[in-house]
Ligand binder design. Structure first.
Ligand code: PMP
Length: 691
C-alpha cells in the first residue's frame, strides 16, 4: 500500500462506493480515527468534491465529518481532510467540472495527488472517490480509470439494503476487471433498507446480504474482510469510538501491510532470480531486471511506482498502447462467452470474422488463413506450406529456402534456419539446422534511388539453383531484429518477379512490419507485390495476447490439398477465441483511429527528435521509417548501462548489438516522442552506451 510520489513514499488506500450516498465518508472518517488511534498520521483526501463552494462554511461537510470523528483525540497538526477540487454544482464530477470550465482527467488528478503527497506530512492517505466506481470524470474517463491509474488497494463501501447487493457485486466485478486489489468491503446500514417496498423482512434481508457477500468474497478469491458497520443513533463521540473499533482490524491489517500488493511485488526480483529464465539471457550472470506492475496508455509502471514512457511497444506489439478499453472489453466479453475451444472439428465467429478481415487488409491474392500461436510458429507453418506445395506439385527436390542475410524470423528450428547465420546464433545449433541458401543483404537503402544491381547475386542463385529452392523468405522493406535495416521496395518487387519466373514461392514475413508500423498497413504495399504466403503476428492483437497468422493464396492451398492432401499442422491453441476476439477489436481500433495519420506524426517526431544524434561521436547512421527510429552505432552498445540510463530518465528502451532503436505505440503524444528521442541523444552524448 505504498504510493510513491517521486522520492516520497506514502501509504494509502482508495475508498470507493458502490453508489452515491452509501456511507463512504462515514467509513473513511471511522477508519481515519482507527488509524490515528494506532499512531498513524492518517489523512482523508477527496480528489473531487461536488456540490460545495470552497470557503463556504457548509463546505466542507466531509471535512467536518472527519474532524468530528477525531475531535476527542489529542490534537494533531495534520488536517484531517483535504479536498483537491471542489465544484459548486451537485452533480457528477464531469458535469460539475465542465460547468466551471475545468477539465478533469486521470493525468491531472494523479498529478494533483502526487503534489499533495509532496506537500503533506501524512503517512497514510485515505483517498475517497465521488459517487460509484463508474462515475464519469470527463467524456472518456471515469473514477475507475483514476483508481486503476493510482493502483491503490480499495475499500469498497456498499449499502445494506434491498438492491444493494447487486451494486456491490457489480462494483466488485469492475474492480476485478481493472486488476485492483480489494483490502476490505464495508457494508453500511441504510435508513430504509426495504427501499420503500412494503412487506420486506428487513432483519432477514440484512443478514442474508452479509452472508451472500461473505460467500462471494471467498468464492471469487478476494482475500478481504467484510466489515459490517453497525447502525448508530447519532454520530457523537461514543458512536465514532464504536465505528473505529469496527474498523480497527482493517486498520491493523493496513498498518502491518498484510496483503500489501506493492511490497509483495518488490520481493519478486529474488524469486524471479531463483526460478525464471529471461530472453537471450544467462541465469548465472543475469541481466538487470525491473518489476512491471501496471500499464496504461503508453506507460509502464514499475513496482517502485515509477512510470516509464514506453518506446518499444513491447517488441512491436502494443501499437495502441496498453490497456486499451476496446481490447479489454473484447477480452472480457469473449472470456465470458467462450475463451477457447479446440479448432479441430469446431469453428467460431471470432476466428471466421478475423480471417475475413485480415484477408481484406492483406495484399490481393491471399485467400486463406492458418492461425498460429506465435510468430515463429507462423513462420514454421509458412515453410511447411511451401514444402508441401512443392512436393504436391511433383517438385520433390525443392526442399531448400533462400533468404537474404540480415533477416530474422524466429527462434524455432525451421525459423532459425532462415535467420541470418551470424546474428541468428546458428553456430550453436549448426549440426541440427537444415542448410538453407543465403544471399547478401538487400544493399539499396530505402531512401536512395533503386539499384537493380542490388539483386545481381540473388538473380544468379535463383536461376542456377531453382530446382532446389521451394521458396524465398524475407521481411519486406524492414529487416527487424537482424539489424533494423530499411531497404528499397524495388528489391522486393524485382525479387517477386524473379520468384514467379523460377517457380519459387515468395514468403513475406510481416510479423514485425504488419499493421501499419512502416507507414503502410503491410510493408508489401510499399512494393506493390502479391506474395504466395504472408506471416503476421505481434501487433495482430494490439499486444494483448499471443496470436499469429499465415495467409496463402488459393493456388498454394489447393496445391497442398489436391489429390486428398491435408496440411500437416494443428496447434492446440489454434485460433484461440480470446486472441481472435481481441485481434478483431484491434482491427476496429486501426480502422477508426487513423493509424495512418498517427504513424505519420510519429515518423515526423522521430525524424525531428533523432536528427541531432547523427552528429554525435560513435553514431554510424540515423534512420527513420514510419513508427521506427534507429540510431546505429559503430560499435556494440552496453545494453545494461544504457537501460539504466533510460530508466533513470523515465523511458523504456531496449537496445541491442549496435542498435538503439525506438518503435513507440502509435498513440504516443508528441511530448513523449520528444522525451524518448532526447533520452537517446543524451545517453549517447554521455557515453552511457560505452562498455
Ligand atoms: N519474424 C519476425 C520478422 C520477427 O520480428 C519475429 C519476432 N521478433 C518473429 C518472426 C518471431 O515471432 P515470435 O517471437 O512471436 O515467435
Amino acid at each position: 500500500m505504498v504510493f510513491r510520489s517521486d522520492q516520497l513514499v506514502v501509504r494509502g488506500i482508495f475508498v470507493a462506493g458502490s453508489g452515491t450516498g452509501v456511507g463512504k465518508t462515514v467509513c473513511t472518517a471511522a477508519l481515519l480515527r482507527a488509524l490515528r488511534l494506532v499512531g498513524m498520521a492518517a489523512q482523508a483526501v477527496k480528489p473531487v468534491q461536488t456540490g460545495v463552494i470552497p470557503g463556504d462554511g457548509a463546505v466542507l461537510a466531509d471535512t467536518a465529518v472527519c474532524d468530528a470523528a477525531v475531535a476527542d483525540l489529542p490534537p494533531h497538526d495534520l488536517p484531517t481532510a483535504a479536498m483537491l477540487h471542489c465544484f459548486a454544482l451537485p452533480a457528477s464530477p464531469h458535469l460539475a467540472a465542465e460547468r466551471e470550465g475545468v477539465s478533469l482527467g486521470c493525468d491531472r488528478l494523479c498529478a494533483d495527488v502526487r503534489a499533495h503527497c509532496h506537500g503533506s506530512r501524512a503517512d497514510f492517505l485515505l483517498l475517497e472517490g465521488a459517487g460509484g466506481v463508474r462515475v464519469p470524470l470527463n467524456q472518456h474517463e471515469d473514477m475507475l480509470d483514476f483508481m486503476a491509474r493510482l493502483g491503490l488497494p480499495v475499500l469498497l463501501v456498499g449499502d445494506n439494503c434491498l438492491g444493494g447487493l447487486n451494486h456491490i457485486l457489480l462494483s466488485l466485478d469492475a474492480l476485478r476487471g481493472r486488476g485492483l486489489f480489494l483490502c476490505g468491503l464495508a457494508l453500511v446500514p441504510t435508513a430504509d433498507p426495504s427501499a420503500g417496498c412494503p412487506g420486506v423482512d428487513v432483519p432477514a434481508l440484512l443478514a442474508d446480504n452479509a452472508a451472500v457477500l461473505r460467500c462471494r468474497l471467498q468464492q471469487e478469491g478476494w482475500n478481504a474482510p467484510l466489515v459490517e458497520v453497525p447502525r448508530v443513533p447519532a454520530l457523537n463521540a461514543a458512536a465514532w469510538q464504536r465505528l473505529a473499533e469496527v474498523f480497527a482490524p482493517l486498520a491493523h491489517r493496513m498498518v502491518s501491510g498484510a496483503g500489501e500488493s506493492r511490497s509483495e511485488q518488490q520481493k519478486l526480483l529474488p524469486r524471479d532470480r531463483r526460478v525464471l529464465w529471461h530472453p537471450y539471457a544467462s541465469v548465472t550472470e543475469p541481466p538487470p531486471l525491473h518489476v512491471a506492475e501496471r500499464t496504461f496508455s503508453n506507460r509502464i509502471r514499475l513496482a517502485d511506482g515509477r512510470d516509464l514512457v514506453d518506446g518499444m511497444s513491447s517488441w512491436w506489439a502494443a501499437v495502441h498502447g496498453y490497456n486499451h478499453p476496446r481490447l479489454l472489453a473484447a477480452l472480457r466479453e469473449q472470456a465470458g462467452r467462450m475463451p477457447h475451444v479446440m479448432f479441430g472439428g469446431l469453428t467460431h465467429e471470432p476466428a471466421v470474422c478475423l480471417a475475413e478481415r485480415l484477408l481484406a487488409l492483406m495484399p490481393a491474392g491471399l485467400e486463406r488463413i492458418f492461425f498460429a500461436d506465435s510468430g515463429s510458429v507462423a513462420v514454421e507453418i509458412a515453410l511447411k506450406m511451401a514444402l508441401q506445395y512443392q512436393h504436391a506439385q511433383g517438385e520433390k527436390r525443392r526442399t531448400r529456402f533462400l533468404a537474404p542475410l540480415g533477416g530474422y524470423h524466429g527462434d524455432t528450428f525451421g525459423a532459425m534456419s532462415v535467420c541470418d547465420p551470424i546474428t541468428g546464433m546458428h553456430s550453436l545449433f549448426s549440426g541440427m539446422l537444415p542448410r538453407q541458401i543465403f544471399v547478401e543483404r538487400p544493399s539499396c537503402r530505402f531512401d536512395h534511388p533503386f539499384d537493380p544491381g542490388s539483386l545481381d547475386a540473388v538473380r544468379t542463385v535463383l536461376r542456377e539453383r531453382r530446382e532446389e529452392i521451394a521458396a524465398v523468405i524475407l521481411e519486406p522493406v524492414v529487416q527487424g531484429a537482424g539489424g533494423m535495416w530499411f531497404y528499397h521496395p524495388g528489391y522486393v518487387r524485382e525479387l517477386s518477379r524473379l520468384c514467379r519466373e523460377t517457380g519459387v514461392l515468395l514468403i513475406l514475413d510481416e510479423i514485425a512490419t504488419g499493421f501499419g508500423r512502416t507507414g503502410k498497413m503491410f510493408a508489401a504495399f510499399w512494393a506493390d507485390v502479391q506474395p504466395d504466403i504472408l506471416c503476421c503476428g505481434k501487433a495482430l492483437t494490439g499486444g494483448m495476447l499471443t496470436l499469429a497468422a499465415t495467409a496463402c493464396t488459393e493456388r498454394v492451398a489447393n496445391g497442398i490439398c489436391s489429390e486428398g492432401g491435408v496440411f500437416m499442422h494443428g496447434p492446440t491453441y489454434m485460433a484461440n477465441a480470446l486472441a481472435c476476439a481481441v485481434a478483431g477489436a484491434s482491427l476496429d481500433i486501426l480502422e477508426k483511429e487513423d493509424w495512418c495519420g498517427r504513424v505519420a506524426t510519429l515518423e515526423q517526431g522521430l525524424r525531428g527528435g533523432l536528427a541531432a544524434c547523427a552528429n554525435l561521436p560513435g553514431v554510424r547512421d540515423v534512420r527513420v521509417l514510419g513508427g521506427i527510429g534507429v540510431v546505429e552505432m559503430s560499435e556494440p552498445v552496453n545494453t545494461a548501462s544504457l537501460q539504466k540510463f533510460f530508466v533513470s530518465r523515465g523511458v523504456w528502451l531496449r537496445p541491442f548489438q549496435r542498435l538503439v532503436y525506438l518503435m513507440p505505440p502509435y498513440i504516443t503524444p508528441a511530448s513523449d516522442v520528444e522525451r524518448l528521442c532526447k533520452a537517446v541523444h543524451d545517453a549517447v552524448l554521455s557515453g552511457a552506451h560505452l562498455p
